[in-house]
Write a protein that binds this ligand. Structure first.
Ligand SMILES: *[C@@H]1O[C@H](CO)[C@@H](O)[C@H](O)[C@H]1NC(C)=O
Ligand SMILES: *[C@@H]1O[C@H](CO)[C@@H](O)[C@H](O)[C@H]1NC(C)=O
Ligand SMILES: *[C@@H]1O[C@H](CO)[C@@H](O)[C@H](O)[C@H]1NC(C)=O
Length: 407
């Protein structure tokens, strides 16, 4: 190093050194000029631009989102909500939404213009309203929501005509943008709502004999009847009526409601108590075999002292803790299912072990509008435009006719 720098200042190299200094001076002057120019350009003085932006786009994180319920929900213009219009306070205090900075209304005049709503919700199990089928104008910033809590068979829209119309889905399917299930399970200890979900990490069922619920065993002793089925739609896509008929060849199934000889109104306290005291099993058979389609047929008895026998298109591990139900589709024939039910019914320890989960989970009902509100606030939603081009195939492909169990 020392040798080299000595050579550098050596007289022979003086012209080269001068040239270098000159170049450096030119470079410095140029930089100063550029800096001066930049300093006075709008690129650096952005405050005005920022101010202008902020004035036309209020900070999105805090702005209340507005949701318009365009049509009614089976005649209920409130969709089961406590009032015609709810604001953030009601969402927080009455619906207990974690993200509550939203307004939900069924009044089309709530805001001065239809294109001001952040989301407009359409109930697809009913036709578009006759007088006001769809909004006449549409803003590219608002989301049209495909909302439906029924199976695909209950769709009352011609979806082949509605491609490219909806931006968000709100259904019982777990791959919807907003999941709208019939019921949810909450982990009592952590408070987390764990199911339904595509992947639930269920708590471990204690090993047999560990749990000793004396009231459960007392109830088991009192039960004298095998299975009850409450039904009002007799002929269905899932052919559950045929499965029941096949079961009846092996075990006794009491059929209540329109399609059977017995009557008892679900919801009557005596009728509900009968499920605790008299029956071993409750048939929670869905009318169609669609993905994630698990209805009040199941949730209505989940906290009663009776084992549900489920039949549907769902993967029930996404909905219920292990060893809390019997899934008909896990058996190859009605005979095998009937034999298994008989085995469980006859063994007190086996029967009562189906209720192990009750001390860990409880049923809750979180409004889907909480989720929709959160969704409208999420940054992913704000920065992405999405639309369902072929809503018909997304929705109809969720159902099937084939079953594993033969009957
Ligand atoms: C059940 O457990 C309790 C303690 O949790 C105990 O006192 C009781 O004796 C047990 N009953 C039976 C039948 O094992
Ligand atoms: C299913 O049951 C109905 C009567 O409820 C009967 O008409 C029909 O033939 C049955 N289908 C099959 C495949 O057994
Ligand atoms: C909703 O879909 C419409 C129609 O394709 C589109 O113009 C609009 O930008 C979408 N909006 C959002 C918020 O994704």
């Amino acid at each position: 190093m020392a040798v080299r720098s000595g050579r550098f200042v050596n007289g022979r190299r003086r012209p080269a050194l001068l040239l270098l200094l000159l170049l450096l001076a030119v470079f410095l002057l140029g930089s100063l000029l550029a800096l001066h120019k930049l300093n006075h350009s709008p690129l650096i003085h952005q405050y005005d631009i920022l101010q202008e932006y902020l004035e036309s786009n209020p900070p999105k994180g805090s702005r209340t989102r507005s949701i318009l319920l365009w049509s009614s929900f089976f005649g209920d213009s409130r969709w089961g909500l406590p009032a015609d219009s709810l604001g953030p306070q009601e969402l927080r205090e009455e619906l207990h939404c974690p993200v509550y900075q939203c307004e939900v209304t069924n009044s089309h005049d709530f805001l001065p213009n239809l294109d001001m709503y952040d989301a407009i919700v359409f109930h697809v199990a009913e036709s578009f309203p006759f007088l006001r089928p769809v909004p006449s104008r549409r803003s590219p910033h608002q989301a049209y929501v495909f909302a439906l809590m029924e199976s695909a068979g209950e769709t009352k829209h011609r979806l082949s005509d509605e491609g490219g119309f909806y931006n968000l889905t709100m259904t019982n399917r777990l791959d919807s943008d907003v999941v709208w299930p019939y019921g949810q399970l909450q982990d009592i200890e952590t408070g987390a709502v764990v199911a339904p979900s595509a992947q639930v990490h269920w708590r471990q069922q204690p090993t047999k004999g560990e749990g000793n619920d004396t009231s459960a065993s007392r109830l088991w002793r009192g039960k004298t009847k095998m299975a009850a089925w409450f039904v009002s739609h007799c002929k269905t896509l899932s052919r559950r009526e045929n499965l029941t008929a096949a079961l009846q060849e092996h075990i006794e199934v009491d059929v209540y409601g329109k399609c059977g000889p017995l009557s008892c109104t679900r919801g009557d306290s005596h009728c509900d108590e009968m499920l605790d005291t008299d029956y071993m099993f409750y048939l929670a058979f869905e009318n169609s075999l669609c993905e994630d389609y698990v209805t009040e047929k199941l949730y209505g008895v989940l906290e009663r002292h009776i084992i549900p026998v489920v039949f549907g298109g769902a993967d029930y591990t996404r909905f219920l803790p292990p060893h809390s139900y019997i899934d008909a589709n896990r058996f190859d024939s009605a005979l095998e299912l009937a034999e298994h039910m008989r085995f469980v019914a006859n063994d007190m320890e086996e029967y009562t072990s189906y209720f192990w989960w009750r001390e860990h989970y409880r049923m809750v009902n979180v409004s889907p509008f909480c989720d929709l509100c959160a969704r409208l606030h999420s940054s992913a939603q704000r920065h992405r435009s999405q639309v369902y081009g072929d809503i018909e195939s997304w929705w109809f492909n969720s159902c099937r006719l084939k079953t594993n169990i033969q009957f």
